[in-house]
Design a protein around this ligand. Sequence first.
Ligand code: ADP
Length: 594
Amino acid sequence: MHNKRLIWQLYPSQLLITITALLVFTWYGTSSIRSFQLSETATSLEAQAHLVATTVGGYLSHNEIAALEAFCREAGEKSATRLTVIGPDGKVLADSDEDPLRMENHSDRPEVIAAISGKMVPSVRFSQTLQENLMYVAIPLQDEGQRIGVLRTAIPVTAMERALAAIYQKIVWGCLMVAVIAALVAWFIARRISKPLEQMRSGAERFARGDFVVRLREEGAEEVASLARALNEMATQLNIRIQTIIRQHSQLQAVFASMVEGVITVDTEERILDVNQSGAKLLNVDLEKIKGKSILLAVRNTHLQNFVKNSLACASPIEGEFTSRMGADGQEKFFYAHGTRLQDRQGHIAGALIVLNDVTKLRRLESIRRDFVANVSHELKTPITSIEGFAETLLDGALDDPEDARRFVEIISKQASRLHTIVEDLLALSRVEQEARREEIVLQESPVAEILQSAIQSCSARAEEENMVISLVCAEEVTARINPALLEQAVVNLLDNAVKYSGKGSKIRVEAERNVKEVLIRISDNGVGIAQQDISRIFERFYRVDKARSAKMGGTGLGLSIVKHIVAAHHGNITVESSPGKGSIFTIHLPVNV
Ligand code: ADP
């Protein structure tokens, strides 16, 4: 429905009331004046009639018509009143203004009829005789109880009516002026009432749009001013609350968005209400596209779907673990999930909150640790079993044969030193790992050539045994931020491998150079090389391509692991280029600006 503006509701009704009141007042006033005037005139006419009634009655009872006529003319002239004497039959006997013979029978005149019946009823009408409006009053004439006629007095009312018309006109003009003034005042009042209300309406509309800067003027009538005050107060309170809500919402959003855990909220129909960035990433879905979709369609993982179902069904929080291959890389991921049913204040189920933790790394570490323990045990078991076996053989009598005894003791010694090497390597590995974790490894800008020289020195005896030549190409001024002892150990391990896995007389090159971004230390050999599929695994602990060869060479499978950790502690990385039968190049990349 179209609502009218307040001013158009107030103004016409005010105007209507004013005009109606004026019209009623005018009508009442003028009609009162008129009836007062008429009744005054009638009273005066009646009084005049009574004054002359005795005289007229005298003439009439003596039948002195001529004298009666003369009296009527004289009295009528003097009193400016028309006098008419009418016989009981209605015949006009005398008249002050007209010849009675020319006048018709007056028995039908209302004032005459009334007078005959003993009443006095004035009558106003147009006189054919005088051609103007007259007021007539008639009284009965009696002689000794006998009705002998009717005396009628009349006076023109045209003058009075003219005067009354002038009064009417003045009143109408006055009314019109009052109506105009009243209309203006009504308009002004209506404007005064509606204007602040209109301002309040537009202010309230701005509040509704969230614009709380605007303030309503607290002025005008007390009611309007206090309404404006109340609205302003409401706007202030609303603004504070909205700001608080916005702040809390953005804080929550920030927390929600920056959480490492994936958070998904679903409604009771299992439709996704919200999901944070981590959640979308974990599930490998598009954040915006899945909102509002059913979890069944959005995420194709039955474990998660069942978990959501259970979370909605269970009153207490639930936990669970499941795997998935939903990731972009298609690799298996491990999720640890928390599910909590959400309830509103009335206790109605509103949905469920699922928190997903990617525990893939943890599970992999656990499996690595398990494998590591198994590997260590396995690695240690071989030499220990061997030592145990040969020691028992010696005790069982082999000691008596000096040649066997010597051979067995030599084996025991060899296995013991293998044990020693394994333990040494394990200790070195755990030391580097621990120090790196605690950030205890001190790096300082040092010349690289010296370290390479010293590493070559350490391996030279073994290289010479194999007729190998180790060459070094490194400018004296090449420096890097390093821990000299650790880097030397890494280079020694790489050189040791190069010697172990290259044939007699091979050439081993050690080079170092510095470019804008990094210092490169390259150890290349032309040995057996490494197959492509093994390259990614050789840095794993205890991984060996050729177990027998490694063992024969005294390898533990830990050398490259140690190298990898040392390089990582230097914030660098190590790359390998190799082709079976041709040789391998191990390159340590050390960043320049660390
Ligand atoms: P290991 O003690 O057995 O040498 P590492 O961790 O040092 O253990 O090396 C792991 C494996 O990588 C070795 O068993 C070997 O198969 C391979 N490897 C390492 N360096 C070389 C190299 N320079 N040439 C060929 N194979 C190598």
